[in-house]
Design a protein around this ligand. Structure first.
Ligand code: HEC
Length: 214
């Protein structure tokens, strides 16, 4: 009897814990608010965010293809991703793109660690996946970090494709030499053991309101 009741207690504890920890995270962090991406007031921000992420996302995929066409994957580890990527400059009176970032709950590079609004976005996506709701197409946040201007963040989830597996796939299926290169360059790497179609992380852009004329 005892052996049977244990998993029930455990799963009950998890059910009870989840909402409590969520509330604690929300209460502790007033730096960000999730907004409805379909709100017409956000149309301009959304359009700019989506266009930029579409461009950066397809550049990331094309770059992987291009680099792997000429380099062994183990050599390519030091070249990826988007190291020379430049954001387009805003036209006068238009919202201004200030940053693009890739981040994940399973990080390869500590330089891509999520800050608290990003962590909230990643956890929101993970929760939706756990609930069987699928991956959201887009998230938008208003972010107010101390000492910084108010910014909008637009997030798009990234999936794993076949050409990602040389460096992010199951450990025993990584391309030759990749595991060694990762051990040297990213000793705390957690970004392996992905399968095609799995959620890998997000691309996000930050946008400021257009500069007001004095
Ligand atoms: C040749 C090896 C290689 C391939 C192939 C590769 N990656 Fe990466 N990936 C890396 C390296 C190295 C980093 C860490 C450096 C960086 O980009 O900041 C990284 C980091 C990332 C990150 C940032 C989060 C983190 O964990 O640091 C994302 C997201 C990502 N890769 C997605 C992809 C996707 C999607 C593909 C396939 C389209 C892909 N990668 C293919 C080597 C690779």
């Amino acid at each position: 009897m005892k052996a049977r009741s244990y998993p029930v207690v455990l799963s009950l504890a998890l059910v009870l814990l989840a909402p409590i920890s969520l509330r604690a995270a929300d209460a502790a962090d007033s730096t960000h608010t999730f907004l409805n991406p379909d709100d017409p007031a956000l149309a301009e921000i959304r359009l700019l965010g989506e266009r930029t992420i579409d461009h950066a996302g397809s550049t990331l995929v094309r770059e992987v293809q291009r680099v792997l066409a000429t380099q062994a994957p183990a050599m390519a580890v030091g070249l990826l991703h988007l190291k020379d990527y430049k954001l387009p400059v805003a036209a006068p009176g238009q919202p201004v793109l200030i940053a693009i970032k890739r981040t994940s709950l399973r990080l390869r590079s500590p330089a891509n660690s999520p800050d608290s609004p990003e962590l909230a976005a990643l956890e929101r996506i993970e929760r939706q996946l756990e609930n069987g709701d699928g991956v959201p197409k887009l998230l938008i946040q208003r972010v107010a970090l101390p000492g910084l201007p108010l910014e909008w963040r637009v997030y798009r989830p990234l999936g794993v494709m076949k050409q990602c597996l040389d460096c992010h796939g199951p450990k025993d299926e990584l391309a030759p030499g990749v595991a060694d290169a990762l051990r040297v360059m990213f000793p705390a790497d957690q970004a392996v053991n992905y399968k095609t179609g799995q959620w890998r992380g997000v691309l996000r852009v930050s946008i400021l309101e257009p500069k007001k004329k004095p």
